[in-house]
Ligand binder design. Sequence first.
Ligand code: NAD
Ligand code: ZN
Ligand code: ZN
Length: 390
Amino acid sequence: MKALVWHGTADIRCDSVPDPRIEDPRDAIIKVTSCAICGSDLHLYDHFMPGMESGDIMGHETMGEVVDVGAGAKSALKVGDRVVIPFTIICGECDQCRRGNFSVCERSNRNKALGDKAFGHTTAGLFGYTHLTGGYAGGQAEYLRVPFADATHIKVPKGIPDEKLLFLSDIFPTGWQAAVQCDIQPDDTVAIWGCGPVGQMAIRSAVLLGAKRVIAIDRLPERLSMARAGGAETLNFAEDNIVERLNDMTDGKGPEKCIDAVGLEAHATGSIDSMYDRAKQAMMMETDRPHVLREMIYVCRPAGVLSVPGVYGGLVDKVPFGAMMNKGLTLRTGQTHVNRWTDDLLKRIEEGQIDPSFVITHKVGLDQGPEMYKTFRDKQDGCIKVFISP
Ligand code: NAD
Ligand code: ZN
Ligand code: ZN
């Protein structure tokens, strides 16, 4: 089959690789009908995240049709089922899965000991991510092996196009969880740093959850205008002092709720910021630059909430923890517990409350994947979200 394969920093190729096969009774194989490139893939593309090996298949936003099912997954899935695959692999049985804390499943990351050592603590098994999260082949490919497939899937009805459903795999529940974690009240102003695909989903979610005001921050005009179309007021961090402007806009009080939809920042700005040393950025963010976490802590209204879906890979330096403590802020973060939200979100899509396909700007085949990684990373050609049909 064809797949997008990692070969090193900024080197992804569309290669011919062996088809995946059932390796465990709980596996299923799906024929991929659509997949997408995520901001989290860029941490691997730029090689900010350790634990990649040449030959790894990329991708964790995938959907398709079941073409083979192991004996242990047959009670839940059959050939022909249409499924969206959450980026987090879940066993469905461990103590954390039973509590709904799927992104910290205790059994699906087969390299957990190694990952824990590298990061202090790592996550559940993830598709198409580093070997520290299990090293599972990803879904930017024609076929995908789904481990623990009886639990790791979202069944979706036929008749709704892939474009509307694919983002249940990651960015829609990610934006949603980021907003839910803010515990939004009708009087709240929610400030959202980053208007990439995750920020866009967080904006729509905060509006759906009844925020009085949403203020979104980025520097790219096409992303800021998509944010405004979603109901946000916008600020440009390349032009404005964000802390000052947010204070002005809220009568000096600061927004009650703050969402970091940026994470590892150097590449999120298209690697334009050469003051960042690549290795330091990856594992130890030592900088005097006002990074997002610091701005959020300084500007958030006392007793407010900081919600951080943005991905970090190691230590972050110069975070004003004293201000956070004295303001009584609550910090909520994590990889998304995808399956916790998807029944509700699928219903909202079916009822027409939201159509997550609004975020797609580029539609391509797998062979254009390598070029699309660069376009998405460098924020060229108005690129916000790349949708791939293998
Ligand atoms: P993206 O790179 O497309 O978007 C990031 C945006 O942040 C860009 O538009 C960039 O211009 C903007 N930005 C950069 N520096 C900024 C600053 N100082 N202030 C405000 N905006 C700034 O990525 P994405 O796909 O939207 O993903 C965003 C983050 O969410 C990434 O870190 C990704 O890894 C993470 N993510 C987390 C989860 C999860 O489960 N928690 C899931 C998916 C993605
Ligand atoms: Zn993702
Ligand atoms: Zn589990």
